[in-house]
Structures are given as C-alpha cells and as structure tokens.
Design a protein around this ligand. Structure first.
Ligand SMILES: N[C@@H](CCC(=O)N[C@@H](CS)C(=O)NCC(=O)O)C(=O)O
Length: 214
C-alpha cells in the first residue's frame, strides 16, 4: 500500500496521484500543506526536511520526496516497459522529456503565471511581469507544440512520465484567465488527456481554495 502526504490542490501532488492512478496502485492520501497544515511538524520534517508535499512511502519503506524522483521510483517499480522502458537509451529519452517538462513548463507556469493570476490579490498583480512570464513560458510551449505535432505523446508513441510532468499543469494552463496563443497540437494533446480517468480524477481539481482574495 502506498501512503501519500499532500493536498489534492498541489500541482506536484496531482502529478504523483495521476501517476498512481495510471498505474492502478492502491493508496491512501493524507491532506497536508497549505490550509491543511501539518507540513511543519517534527514528524513531517523528519520525513521531508523541506516541509513540502508530496511525500510518498511505499509500505514501510523510506519516505521519498521530490516529485520527479517519486515518479521514477513508481515507474521503475510498477510501470510497464512502454511507460518506463528498461532499455537505457529509450528510457533516457523519456527521462529527458520528463525533466525538460518539469523544469521548463511546470516551473515557468506555476510560480510566475498561476501564482500571479490565482494566488496573488488583484491589486498586487503586475501586468508587465505577467506578460514577461507568459513570453518565457510561450517559448517553451512552442517546443512542446512542435514535438506534439509529430508525436502523440511528449516522449514519442507511448504515454510516459514525461506526459505527467507536462500534462499535470495543462488543466490550470487552459483554465486560468490568461491570453493563450493558438497551439493546435498542444490543444489536441490536452483534449486527449481529458479523456483519461486518472487525469480527470486527480488533475482536474478545483483550485478555488487557493485563490487570493482582494
Ligand atoms: N521540488 C519539489 C517541490 C515541492 C513543493 O514545492 N510543493 C509545494 C506544493 S506544489 C508545497 O509543499 N507547498 C507548501 C504547502 O503546500 O503548504 C517537488 O517537485 O516535489
């Protein structure tokens, strides 16, 4: 049995839960972080000195933190070859795109864009800063667009952790109040993710509770 510490509204928890859902693994999850608290207790900090979510334990194994490391653990332990290839070269291609998506898409979206338009009170927002952040993100999304125009999934022909690292922020990207350039391949890809039950359950989650009030 897997145990997850982390609230449903955390994007990193969503990536992990989506992975668990895709792999069909049994789990229990504790709401921790943000308004639920519980991530600054000695017991939690002993598991993760960063005080961040998610944290995963598989049975009574050591706690694992850092979403990318957790995804690699689950993929290696429980994933089929198409999800996390045993062949080093093929797997490194998946890992490369997963790392790229986390560093270039998720990190350029979550702080500079999502926090800015959802978790910052309207009077504190800075349109020039947001425009700059959208430009930076847009350059990276153009790379995803190019890739997805010729491949059904980010790393190639199969759904892999690279899609989790890219796709887990797309629900928010496509639903927050920002301007979006036309990227038909990315939109088609996102529409496909919407058809996946685990995506609908774990990623398409209201972020209302995170919204800053004026
Ligand atoms: N690099 C870490 C980042 C973890 C992180 O920053 N988590 C956020 C939620 S997405 C957090 O714990 N925020 C504090 C809170 O929820 O109270 C990872 O990829 O897992």
């Amino acid at each position: 049995m897997l145990t997850v510490w982390g609230r449903r509204t955390s994007s990193n928890v969503q990536a992990l839960m989506w992975c668990i859902g895709e792999l069909g693994l049994p789990y229990r999850r504790h709401d921790v972080g943000h308004r639920y608290g519980g991530n600054d207790t000695p017991a939690f900090l002993q598991m993760n000195p960063n005080g961040t979510v998610p944290v995963l334990r598989d049975g009574d194994g050591d706690p694992i933190w850092e979403t990318g490391a957790i995804l690699r653990y689950l993929a290696t332990r429980y994933g089929a070859d198409s999800f996390w290839p045993r062949d080093l070269i093929t797997r490194t291609n998946v890992d490369k795109w997963a790392e790229w998506a986390k560093l270039n898409i998720a990190l350029n979206f979550t702080g500079p864009v999502f926090w800015h338009v959802v978790r910052t009170a309207p009077q504190d927002r800075n349109p020039a800063l947001l425009a700059q952040a959208l430009d930076v993100l847009g350059c990276k999304l153009d790379i995803a667009e190019q890739r997805l125009a010729s491949h059904p999934f980010l790393a190639g022909d199969a759904f892999t952790p690279a899609d989790i690292q890219l796709g887990h922020i797309l629900y928010r990207y496509f639903s927050v109040d920002i301007s979006r350039s036309d990227r038909p391949a990315l939109r088609r890809y996102y529409d496909g993710l919407n058809e996946r039950p685990a995506y609908r359950e774990h990623v398409m989650v209201s972020y209302e509770e995170l919204a800053a009030r004026p």
